[in-house]
Design a protein around this ligand. Structure first.
Ligand code: NDP
Length: 385
């Protein structure tokens, strides 16, 4: 029986995790679940999973959560310290599926407690990748990538030596605007941007997929997870999202992981690792798919890729600035305050003016994140008062 904590249980990844756990009750026991504000959904997940600790990040929702949990044999808690408690408690494996930098402290706490950490929260690796991988090595924690591309690479690397890798090829669907003209992209609405052609995901990551910033963040994520430099991580558009990523070895062999675009496959891989469990994901029917296509990304229409590569190569605080400015810009776009191309304009402006020392702790990362968010909001105000 593996004990599981689900950080971000009410989100898209969290719900898929709960679905898999309900189908495999004999293998998994949920110990803790968390949410930001959605106490109703959290209480429902407690009822379905039997979790004994439920944490809401927003302390003002504590009383509502406690009331909803009366008679549920589950302790309610609130606030950032309680999120850390959920991460370091009795769980063997922590599903890290909080969106954004809010996940940093609990993820680092789980790593420092030597847990198996199934990491969906890509912003944690993007902003504090070196700190997290160093801590995992020091504390004997295991990092299992849940992001489908990194999970694919992890699967391709199994049984192989990283020294024999010549490059990683991250595949990208190209998002909803892959074939759109620059003019159409300029006028994109939030509803169009979140309408991903292949995957159903949370709003923030869906917008990131539309700008291709998601692939940029994944470039950074791959760099920290697998230790390869920027020049040995390629990005390839593959509209069908059947090949989730590939690894090319020094002998010219290329291994790929394929599957239908259903996050329950990589989540199941992480949950059961090093074993495998059945999932309800649709089986691949390659004869029906018939064609797998590939093309190089267009950096002109999608400048986010260039910005992410520049941030990776600059190192230090640049990935933190990239991520923070992007989070602010995506939220403003979803609120209708800025246009779609302004997302990457804002990120580029924030990167240009950033002057920070390289972070040496999670506290440093969070401070750079905080200052960058303030700068980004001020920049937005100045350009659209
Ligand atoms: P969602 O927006 O669907 O869910 C986010 C979860 O985090 C919710 O449980 C939410 O709670 C919680 N949360 C949000 N803000 C905070 C906060 N400040 N403090 C504590 N908890 C918070 O996101 P996704 O599930 O789509 O994505 C989660 C992570 O996984 C992201 O980093 C994303 O990039 C990554 N990922 C997602 C994929 C997908 O297919 N969805 C694929 C690969 C990676 P509440 O419900 O109360 O708001």
């Amino acid at each position: 029986m593996r004990k599981i904590a689900i950080l971000g249980a009410t989100g898209s990844i969290g719900k898929s995790t709960v679905d898999l756990i309900e189908r495999n009750r004999e293998r998994f026991k949920v110990t803790a679940v968390t949410a930001a504000t959605n106490v109703e959904a959290l209480a429902e997940i407690v009822r379905r999973t039997g979790a004994s600790l439920a944490v809401v990040a927003d302390e003002s929702r504590y009383a509502d959560l406690a009331e909803l949990l009366v008679g549920a044999n589950c302790r309610a808690a609130a606030g950032s310290e309680a999120l850390v408690e959920a991460a370091v408690g009795e769980a063997d494996l922590v599903i890290a599926a909080i969106v954004g930098c809010a996940g940093l402290r609990p993820v680092m706490a789980a790593i420092e407690a030597g847990k198996i950490v199934a990491l969906a929260n890509k912003e944690a690796l993007v902003t504090a990748g070196r700190l997290m991988t160093d801590a995992a090595a020091a504390k004997g924690a295991t990092l299992l990538p849940v992001d489908s591309e990194h999970n694919a690479i992890f699967q391709c690397l199994a049984g192989n030596c990283v020294d024999h890798v010549s490059k990683i090829i991250l595949t990208a669907s190209g998002g909803p605007f892959r074939t759109a003209s620059a003019e159409t992209i300029s006028a994109a609405t939030p509803a169009q941007a979140v309408a991903h052609p292949n995957w159903t995901m949370g709003a923030k990551i869906s917008v990131d997929s539309a700008t291709l910033m998601n692939k940029g963040l994944e470039l950074l994520e791959a760099h920290y997870l697998f230790g390869l430099p920027s020049g040995r991580i390629d990005i390839l558009i593959h509209p069908q999202s059947v090949i989730h990523s590939m690894v090319e070895f020094v002998d010219g062999s290329v291994l790929a992981q394929l599957g239908s675009p259903d996050m329950r496959i990589p989540i199941a891989y992480a949950l059961a690792w090093p074993e495998r469990i059945e999932t309800p994901a649709q089986r691949l029917d390659l004869a029906a798919i018939a064609r797998l296509e590939f093309e190089l990304p267009d950096q002109g229409r999608f400048p986010a890729l260039r910005l992410a590569r520049e941030a990776l190569e600059a190192g230090g605080a640049a990935p933190v600035v990239l991520n923070a400015a992007n989070e602010v810009a995506v939220a403003a776009f979803l609120d209708g305050d800025i246009r779609f191309p302004d997302i990457t304009h804002l990120v580029e402006e924030a990167l240009g003016g950033a002057k920070f020392d390289a972070p040496s702790s999670i506290g440093d990362v969070l401070e750079i994140d905080r200052v960058t968010r303030e700068r980004a909001r001020a920049m937005m105000k100045a350009s659209c008062p």
